[in-house]
Design a protein around this ligand. Structure first.
Ligand SMILES: CCCCCC/C=C/C(=O)SCCNC(=O)CCNC(=O)[C@H](O)C(C)(C)COP(=O)(O)OP(=O)(O)OC[C@H]1O[C@@H](n2cnc3c(N)ncnc32)[C@H](O)[C@@H]1OP(=O)(O)O
Length: 316
């Protein structure tokens, strides 16, 4: 439209604003506007709840350290003395942190571990906290929580990167199939000892692993509990790239900082396009795995394996 006159303040301001966008497509401009308003409303919500000046380190968590810097939200498992085993509370905190990260103004989200482990998987003591409804009720609650937990990864809208600093076990391995990239130290290992624990796969691994590495290699991991080195996991396609432990943090974070400067909407939309065709399938697989596990947790095989670990008679 022609440029409005100097006294038509409102329309002139709008015209100037559109003009300043140059050839930016209308849809992109609209999305940028929506993202800006969403980020303003989420930051005003968090600043009204948080401490003044605590804008880089976000909400306080007991088992996580969550920070945002350089367009990257980092969610770090923080139970190093328990090898970052995931307690019931920690599952809830991870879901909260991922939901907050999906709405914040960061470009990419990174999950990593503090200490020598990425995570030793499910905290086996989770099954000792039996509610008044008994073990059946516990299994039911756990299946609901697990389904919500894995759904959060399936639906995560931005690039989600795992920085695997050390060994990963169980659910911390299976969920890697739902990440967009997995960078690993050469000290990391990947172990899903489900049969040893009387369990069955979760985290959509019954679908993602055969797809990623082929059915035969997936069977070795998911049924026979074969532990992979980082290089083996990379050769199977589960890991994107392996770095020497001595330079791991430096090399990975340099790369991530560069990626975080790529256009945010473009990356988000590309992820949506890639994930869209799989989403329904992944949700169905997740529901089925949780329903099977609900019964497995009540089996003698699983109860004996858990008791053996908790009474210090066994380790992986
Ligand atoms: C509830 C709903 C969701 C369920 C989802 C289904 C998920 C399934 C899985 O994730 S299956 C995998 C479960 N994980 C394991 O079986 C690992 C068990 N841990 C071990 O075998 C070992 O601890 C180890 C090999 C990981 C590490 O061995 P080591 O280097 O010798 O360290 P420690 O054993 O001394 O570990 C230090 C301290 O942490 C305790 N710990 C470690 N991992 C777990 C765990 N997964 N659950 C509970 N506790 C754990 C360990 O017992 C030590 O405690 P202590 O100092 O002895 O009190």
């Amino acid at each position: 439209m022609p440029k409005p006159g100097v006294f038509d303040f409102i329309n002139k301001a709008k015209w100037d604003a559109w003009n300043a966008l140059g050839s930016l497509p209308k849809e992109t401009a609209r999305q940028n506007y929506v993202d800006l308003v969403s980020s303003l409303s989420s930051s005003s919500e968090s600043s009204s709840q948080g401490k003044p000046g605590a804008d880089r380190e976000q909400q306080e968590y007991e088992n996580l350290v969550v920070t945002s810097e350089d367009g990257i939200t980092k969610i770090m498992f923080n139970r190093p003395t328990r090898k970052n085993a995931i307690s019931t509370q920690m599952y809830q905190e991870i879901m909260l942190a991922l939901k907050a990260a999906s709405k914040d103004d960061s470009t990419i989200t990174v999950v990593t571990g503090n200490g020598d482990y990425y995570s030793s998987g499910n905290d086996l003591a989770n099954f000792t906290d039996i509610p008044p409804g008994g073990v059946e009720e516990k299994a039911k609650q756990s299946a609901i929580m697990l389904r919500d937990f894995v759904d959060t990864f399936i639906d995560f809208p931005k690039p989600l990167i795992a920085v695997v600093n050390g060994p990963a076990v169980g659910i911390s391995v299976t969920t890697l199939g739902l990440f967009d990239a997995v960078y690993a130290s050469d000290k990391a290992t990947f172990h899903t000892p489900f049969s040893h624990l009387g369990l069955s796969p979760e985290g959509c691994a019954s679908y993602t692993f055969p797809k990623i590495m082929g059915p035969a290699k997936a069977t070795e991991m998911l049924i026979f509990g074969k532990k992979l080195t980082a290089r083996e996991a990379c050769a199977q396609g589960l890991v994107t790239e392996v770095f020497p432990d001595s330079t791991f943090q430096k090399e990975v974070w340099t790369r991530l900082k560069a990626y975080s400067k790529l256009p945010q909407n473009s990356m988000r939309i590309s992820k949506q396009v890639i994930r869209k065709i799989e989403k329904e399938k992944l949700h169905a697989v997740n529901a089925e795995e949780c329903s099977v596990l609900q019964k497995r947790w009540l089996s003698d095989e699983c109860m004996n394996a858990t008791m053996n670990f908790l009474s210090k008679r066994s380790k992986l």
